[in-house]
Design a protein around this ligand. Structure first.
Ligand SMILES: [Zn+2]
Length: 421
């Protein structure tokens, strides 16, 4: 848990420390907040009174305490505010209406219709977000904003910068257009960083000071919390784990390098590896299985090659023990494990979270191989055990994370604001 400070002029920082302490705990008393955050009982008491008055926090029962009077348990009031999280992926748009505790109230997925201009797609996003709020009966004054998770890179103003797999979207000011079309403030981040923030606000990294998130979607990305702060880097594009080199003479990557983990492990690379092995005559149920034909699965990665089994079919076959599919998925797991060991050696984190839609059906295979590598290969393995966990919200991680972006931007404490003001 993050430490507060008892110096003057840091009221809003301490308020954020207290609110975050309440959100990331599963019920906490004033005494526990003071102890963990290093604040005086009086400071905590004043801040909590204000949070109760504003309706952000509620009292929820009490804990027995030794000798003294029972301690009242505090929780964030989930109904105090809402956010819509939108995950814009080249193949699909996911929407989550989440309450202040980060729990999804409604989840929705729509296809990206081919041939629409960027502005038409953004208008469709705005309409769907508005419809979700209306159906759920959430009034505008309870909406804290829209969170948007997009494939990176994005600049600091929310303008897309040569997004891979989204031709026609370079220099689209997606944040400004979505604000104009919804009338709500928009907080944005790349999809992997959003997923990490979701894991911190509402998932399994709530109580972890330093963790990395390895995000497996259409591409491979990452998010990073170091000492309780998200780490974004100078251009807001830190943790591009997908471009760690794991095979120096491997395939070319669109970033300009060779043998990046993304160029070997993303869904379109997995499809290409299976096509090659089938063309070599490898025996497999995929040789005549679903998704294998000139008509590609419409949900498959649009950048994938024509024909051949799609990613979903390959993962399903690997889960059923098909030897060819399993061989390719095992190779992918091993390269992901190489990248994971580099991440752990570089950052000395407590936890590595695996998540994202490309984990579907094969997440257990990736988890096992990566956890074994992280337990046996990093230099500091005898000093410090690094946990590897699969996100329970893997499939919708980026959309739930996008909603959490709004709460995190509104309520999370930032040491930077203390140092620069
Ligand atoms: Zn690359």
């Amino acid at each position: 848990m993050r430490m507060g400070t008892n110096l003057p002029k840091v009221g809003s920082y301490n308020r954020a420390v207290v609110l975050e302490a309440i959100q990331v705990s599963d019920g906490i008393s004033r005494v526990q907040i003071a102890k963990h955050a290093g604040l005086t009982a009086q400071t905590v008491s004043v801040i909590v009174r204000k949070l109760l008055e504003e309706g952000l926090v509620v009292e929820d029962g009490s804990l027995p305490s030794s000798g003294g009077k029972p301690r009242t348990i505090l929780r964030v009031d989930p109904a105090a505010g809402y956010a819509v999280g939108i995950h814009f992926d080249p193949g699909e748009i996911s929407y989550v209406l989440a309450d202040l505790a980060g729990q999804p109230v409604t989840v929705l997925h729509t296809d990206v219709r081919p041939g629409l201009s960027p502005e038409e797609v953004i208008r469709q996003m705005a309409r769907t977000a508005r419809d979700m709020l209306r159906h759920a009966g959430v009034p505008d004054h309870k909406v804290l904003g829209i969170g948007l998770a997009c494939p990176g890179p994005l600049d600091a103003d929310g303008v897309m910068n040569f997004p891979p797999r989204l031709s026609g979207w370079d220099q689209v000011p997606i944040k400004r257009l979505l604000e104009e079309h919804t009338g709500f403030p928009v907080t944005f981040d790349n999809d992997a960083a959003a997923a990490a923030i979701g894991e911190r606000w509402a998932g399994l990294a709530r109580a972890t000071a330093s963790f990395a998130y390895l995000y497996l979607g259409t591409g491979i990305g990452g998010g990073l919390f170091l000492d309780n702060q998200i780490y974004r880097g100078r251009s807001l594009n830190a943790a591009e784990f997908g471009h760690i080199t794991v095979m120096p003479d491997g395939p070319d990557c669109y970033c300009g390098n060779r043998g990046c983990v993304e160029a070997i492990c993303c869904p379109s690379a997995i499809e290409a590896a299976v096509r090659t092995r089938l063309a070599e005559g490898a025996g497999s149920m995929l040789a005549a299985g679903p998704g294998n034909g000139p008509e590609k699965d419409p949900g498959a990665d649009p950048a994938g090659g024509p024909g051949g089994p799609d990613h979903a079919a390959i993962c399903a076959a690997a889960a059923e023990g098909d030897p060819l599919a399993r061989e390719v998925i095992d190779m992918v797991a091993a390269r992901l494990a190489d990248a994971a060991v580099s991440i752990v050696n570089m950052l000395d984190i407590d936890l590595l979270v695996l998540g994202g839609p490309a984990m579907h059906k094969v997440g257990h295979i990736y988890h096992q191989v990566i956890a074994e590598a992280v337990a046996s290969r990093p230099l500091a393995r005898r000093l410090h055990q690094v946990h590897v966990e699969t996100s329970p919200i893997a499939a919708d991680a980026a959309a739930i994370g996008a909603a959490s972006l709004v709460f995190h931007a509104t309520y999370a404490p930032r040491l930077g604001t203390l140092l620069t003001s």
